[in-house]
Design a protein around this ligand. Structure first.
Ligand code: GLC
Length: 810
């Protein structure tokens, strides 16, 4: 029998050798067990299986003599030197067992199957193909289950469910892309597979051009692979999808807490200049009482698009402008493109460009294999490209940002960093340092922006104690460690209005929480008033909230539209500012857990099939408590939305709505449907024209009381890194309700930060007037109590204290 199997395998292999160049890995020759890994020598390759955690296993194959020593760009997690696991050899397979997983490694051919502890098969190699090498190309073929769903891959403009499609990851500048475009600015080779509501993730740690096929044109397998590099992937078991995403960010890192002001509204345009224009835009915001924290300077602020310079005619005294605007609550964020204009030697009488000269002299730019510095064409004309994979270049770049910090700049906008060059064909042969390991563009392309963001973040941290904001267009897995992301050059179309809802969710699911799209659409026509209103309503409920527009289009400031539109924009931006404590708390949570702020419905309601329907992707959750159902077709008068199980409070009409059903709700232009989950608490404050304008003496806590629930509020100064030294506070709110009573308990859990708070305003929704109220055992004064009979809302003003007990009886 054994012999027979062997013969048929031989025939199969023979056939494959004759008909294809793919070499599918064969049998195991020998193995070695270490403290946290098992090394297998295969007949034609090597396989190392690392036990990263009880639910995380790394499979690493190479057909070279040895594994690469170059460090990962994405993974920053240090694997423990010892890991508890069992290893067993049987006749036909090896078995690795952790506390959560059982891995079978068949001997001949070598194929992987992964089970949970109840021996449910979670994921397995396709029996015949497994892992293959074709010259430099690597692939992994996995068994495709009919009922398996796939999600992830970061910045993709199609639906959230990825089944039946093939994708390529190659950072691409593609202005005015549509939902049909595959490659975009970011490459995140991480996806989630889910069957029977059990999820796992696969992070393919390979920076070359990579491919993912989730059953496109075949019903037999799914596969992922890359043009070159190792077949190196992490299998992350949930079974909860939240744990998969969170653990993926344990590997690739999490967002730092951004400055609080970066959660406010940001205004951009290609380009605001000269200085008087910037000042008048700022003045308009203040005169019109439209909150705004940031104004961007696009490429025209520079001298001939030379990075690190100012156009002295347009901006005579940038330092003065920045400091004046800062007094009025504005931060100025300049664009910083990587391309350094190649004019080190100018004709007599003109000085060469210092950045070009320094870069050439210090050997900081990417070069051809013959040592000639590469030049590609981009905004400044022919330009050199800093090699951010070289430590010295990163340090140099960080140093170049210092003059900006000195004049008060607190944020940078990294663009054209795919890297983008006209023609979009950066030559493959261009060489990079690759942290001393020397590689070409094929390997570095996808991590160029990640390395640039790293240089920026490290430079800012080195010279300043303040938190800074960084925005990037391109990136790779791990970009969340350094930067927020916007979805590039979108268009003023209905399609993009809807994409502004789905793309940030997809990025969030791939570890990037600080995301958003240009409100109003960047190019490709103008938004109608209605479209702009719907867009800004949605933007106000995305983590990154910025209006921006291209050079030859209409501006996207709220006051560039008619009064009717401006008023609606003002209302929603003000509402965003009222919700800042809520947003900040969600940012804090994301920095701790790596979970998205703006979440697909199915992330929170993984067992609810309705949440996977296409319609449900046009609504989402912010954290756990708030459901947002934006209008994504501007002419729509109604919105179809789904409320999962439980009760929901409709914030717009003050009614409780039963969940587990689809609804069709009317959406007048001043409304974006918002629902608070039962038990949900939402902290709010007064609106401001900018973060820090006013002393915030009252925190309003909106509570939709239900059975038992709790909420913990994080607070710090919002500006510095002092929170890393314990300078933050945590306040826990617990609410308990039954038919006769409602109790609210406040407890300060941690007191490292003192806010200006003098009182709480507790706003209890869907409540009757209690016949007895006691605050810390005594009756509240009349002025502190207000009951809105019609809307069934009770407001209670209570002095701020570390411990408060509120009791209501009905
Ligand atoms: C790119 C950016 C866009 C910017 C423009 C000019 O197209 O994506 O946001 O305004 O370049 O710098």
């Amino acid at each position: 029998m054994e012999k027979l199997i062997f013969t048929s395998i031989t025939i199969l292999l023979f056939v494959s050798i004759v008909h294809a160049e793919f070499q599918f890995v064969e049998g195991v020759k020998s193995f070695k067990v270490e403290s946290n890994l098992v090394e297998f020598t295969l007949r034609d390759a090597k396989l190392n299986i690392y036990l990263v955690d009880q639910n995380i296993i790394r499979f690493r194959y190479t057909n070279q003599n040895d594994f690469s020593k170059a460090p990962s760009y994405a993974v920053i997690y240090q694997q423990p030197e010892k890991m508890k696991f069992d290893f067993k050899e049987e006749k036909e397979k090896f078995i690795i067992t952790t506390e959560e997983l059982v891995v079978h490694i068949s001997k001949n051919p070598c194929r992987i199957s992964i089970y949970d502890k109840k021996m449910n098969l979670l994921n397995s190699d396709e029996e015949s193909f497994g892992v293959s090498f074709d010259d430099s190309e690597v692939r992994c073929f996995k068994k495709l289950f009919k009922d398996e769903k796939f999600f992830g891959l970061g910045e993709k403009s199609d639906d959230l469910i990825k089944n039946g499609k093939q994708y390529t990851l190659w950072n691409t500048d593609y202005p005015e892309y549509t939902s049909k475009k595959d490659e975009l600015y970011q490459s995140i080779p991480f996806f989630i597979g889910q069957r029977n509501y059990k999820s796992y993730g696969i992070f393919f740690d390979n920076t070359y051009k990579s491919y993912f096929n989730f059953g496109a044109s075949n019903n037999r397998f799914y596969w992922f692979g890359a043009d070159k590099g190792e077949l190196d992937y992490y299998f992350i078991y949930g079974p909860e999808m939240k744990r998969v995403v969170s653990d993926y960010t344990k590997l690739t890192g999490r967002m730092e807490l951004p400055p609080m002001w970066s959660l406010g509204y940001q205004q951009s345009r290609w380009s605001y200049y000269p200085e008087s224009t910037v000042r008048s835009i700022a003045k308009n915001f203040r005169d019109k009482n439209i909150p705004c924290d940031v104004i961007y300077l696009d490429i025209h602020y520079m001298d001939g698009y030379r990075v690190f310079t100012w156009d002295k005619e347009r901006f005579k005294n940038p330092g003065q402008m920045i400091s004046d605007l800062k007094k009025d609550g504005f931060k100025i964020i300049p664009i910083t493109d990587p391309g350094i204009k190649a004019d080190s030697n100018l004709p007599a009488g003109r000085q060469g460009y210092f950045a070009a000269q320094e870069g050439l002299k210090q050997n900081l730019f990417a070069k051809y294999p013959d040592g000639i510095t590469y030049q590609g064409e981009v905004w400044p004309g022919w330009a050199y490209f800093p090699d951010f994979t070289k430590k010295e270049t990163r340090e140099w770049w960080g140093d170049k940002l210092q003059p900006f910090l000195k004049i008060g700049i607190e944020g940078f906008w990294n663009d054209m960093n795919e890297p983008s060059t006209w023609g979009q064909a950066f030559p493959d042969i261009v060489q990079f340092d690759d942290n001393g390991f020397k590689s070409d563009h094929k390997k570095i392309h996808n991590v160029y922006a990640l390395s640039m963001a790293r240089a920026t973040r490290e430079g800012l941290r080195k010279y300043s104690d303040k938190r800074h904001f960084i925005l990037t267009r391109a990136g790779f897995a791990g970009i969340q460690r350094y930067s927020a992301v916007w979805t590039g050059d979108n268009a003023s179309t209905e399609e993009h209005l809807a994409l502004a809802c789905t793309m940030p969710q997809n990025l969030g699911l791939s570890g990037v929480p600080f995301v958003g799209s240009d409100v109003g659409g960047f190019m490709g026509g103008e938004p109608t008033n209605e479209m702009y209103v719907r867009w800004i309503q949605l933007g106000a409920f995305t983590p990154f909230f910025r209006g921006h527009s291209a050079i030859d289009t209409k501006a996207r400031e709220p006051f560039a539209f008619n009064e009717w539109t401006e008023e609606r924009a003002r209302q929603i931006i003000q509402f965003r500012y009222k919700l800042l404590p809520f947003w900040y708390n969600e940012f804090y949570a994301a920095s701790q857990t790596g979970l998205p702020i703006m979440r697909p419905m199915f992330l929170n309601y993984e067992n609810d099939d309705n949440c996977y329907s296409r319609d449900a992707q046009f609504q989402y959750m912010i954290g756990e408590n708030l459901l947002v159902a934006p209008v994504v077709t501007s002419t729509d008068k109604t919105k179809k939305l789904y409320l999962p199980k439980g009760n929901w409070y409709d914030w717009n009409n003050n009614k409780t709505q039963q969940g587990n059903q689809w609804l069709i709700t009317e959406v007048p232009m001043n409304i974006i449907p918002l629902y608070i989950k039962e038990g949900g608490m939402i902290p709010m404050q007064i609106t401001q024209n900018y973060v820090g304008e006013k002393k915030i003496e009252q925190l309003e806590l909106i509570i939709f009381p239900f059975a038992k629930s709790e909420y913990t509020l994080y607070e710090d100064d919002g500006i510095s890194y002092n929170y890393e030294n314990d300078k933050y506070s945590l306040t826990k709110f617990e609410c308990e309700k039954d038919t006769k009573s409602c109790k609210l308990i406040v407890n300060k859990l941690k007191d490292g930060f003192k806010s200006d708070r003098k009182n709480y305003l507790f706003t209890l929704l869907n409540t009757n007037m209690p016949n007895k109220i006691l605050i810390n055992g005594t009756k509240p004064l009349d002025f502190a109590l207000e009951f809105d009979k019609e809307r069934k809302i009770l407001h209670l003003k209570v002095d701020a204290a570390d411990n408060i007990k509120l009791q209501m009886e009905y």
